[in-house]
Design a protein around this ligand. Structure first.
Ligand code: 8YV
Length: 322
């Protein structure tokens, strides 16, 4: 029997690539360059399954009229870069990789909160530049996390993991907004209050952390008007998707001090940054590192493998999203 042909758009941890190659006919992107749209079209037209990442935009145009791919097995939990309706219309299944990256993404949200509140990036830049003149009581004073209010937008797996860390590690009060009612079971181990609106969260949180999916439905959910509801002592953390925040409005809010700071792991037009972000001291900027640990990246690959195997064995993939 011929083995299903897979195209992997970027290089993965070596042990996962080995596993894939043992079970499938795999074509790797040897030099790990980002696929052009033409390469993506050609890949979709010549494989049984495409294994993309967040940096591959798979829209209706790229999906074309008659791709040979029957499965898009995404390496990542978020899939707003894939036009799910267009895939469905062409009978292409789509899967993702939930759970395995929950802990690491939650850890990174806490890292950003600590870094921006304790001015860790600024401090490091000062030391490295040779400008540090020594200890003094008023030097680089930050903000304490303990006892503050954390507001979460979205209350899925990653948000709950952030809330657990914040509440049990830092004694933070938790408020959140979620489109649907979150039941007591999902909130087990947490003392968290569900607000009726995003605005209600923004008005009372000292730290606002975003955990909603990206895509058209949440584009610029955090816009100029909503940023204005946050106080001058409040911080915004984004480990979700760049498009959820109007980045130009955020630059203005950071520059004018209408919010205290931001910690960003994702950007509207990655890897490009909005003008002005780089020159601001009160923002911590990371290059989309949410899931970037050895353990998690291997776990994500194995999860993709499980989905691909199930699909070609005629079973429902465990993480089917379309
Ligand atoms: C991944 C992420 O690294 O899983 C996601 O949704 O944002 C990241 O943690 C990325 O998506 C890999 O494709």
């Amino acid at each position: 029997m011929t083995r299903p042909r897979l195209i992997v758009t970027r290089r993965w941890p070596a042990e996962v690539e080995r596993e894939l190659a043992e079970r499938f006919d795999v074509r790797l992107n040897a030099d790990d360059h980002p696929f052009t749209r033409d390469e993506m079209r050609a890949a979709l037209a010549s494989c049984d399954a495409l294994l993309p990442t967040v940096s591959d935009r798979i829209d209706a145009d790229v999906l074309g009229a008659a791709p040979s791919a029957k499965l898009i097995a995404n390496y990542g939990v978020g899939f707003s870069h894939i036009d799910i309706d267009a895939a469905r219309a062409r009978g292409i299944a789509v899967t993702n990789t939930p759970d395995v990256l929950t802990d690491c993404t939650a850890d990174l949200a806490i890292t950003l909160m600590l870094m921006v509140a304790r001015r860790a990036g600024e401090g490091e830049r000062e030391v490295r530049s040779g400008n540090w003149t020594g200890w003094r009581p008023t030097h680089m004073i930050g903000t304490k996390l303990s006892g503050k209010t954390l507001g979460l937008i979205g209350m899925g797996r990653i948000a709950r993991a952030v809330a657990m860390r914040a509440q049990h590690g830092f004694g933070m009060k938790i408020v959140f907004f979620n489109r649907s009612r979150v039941g007591a079971d999902a909130l087990a181990g947490l003392d968290a209050h569900q607000c009726d609106s995003v605005e209600e969260v923004l008005a009372q949180a000292d730290f606002v952390s975003l955990h909603c999916p990206g895509g058209a439905a949440t584009r610029h959910l955090i816009n100029r008007e909503r940023l204005a509801l946050m106080g001058p002592d409040a911080f915004l953390i984004n480990t979700a998707r760049g498009e959820v925040v109007d980045e130009a409005a955020l630059v203005d809010a950071l520059r004018d001090g209408t919010i205290a700071g931001a910690g960003l792991d994702v950007f509207e037009a990655e890897p490009k940054l909005s003008e002005g972000l780089l020159s601001l001291e009160n923002v911590v900027l990371l290059p989309h590192l949410g899931s970037a640990t050895r353990e998690t990246r291997v776990g994500m690959g194995m999860r993709v493998l499980d989905n691909v195997e199930a699909f070609f064995a005629g079973r429902t993939p465990p993480d089917r999203v379309a």
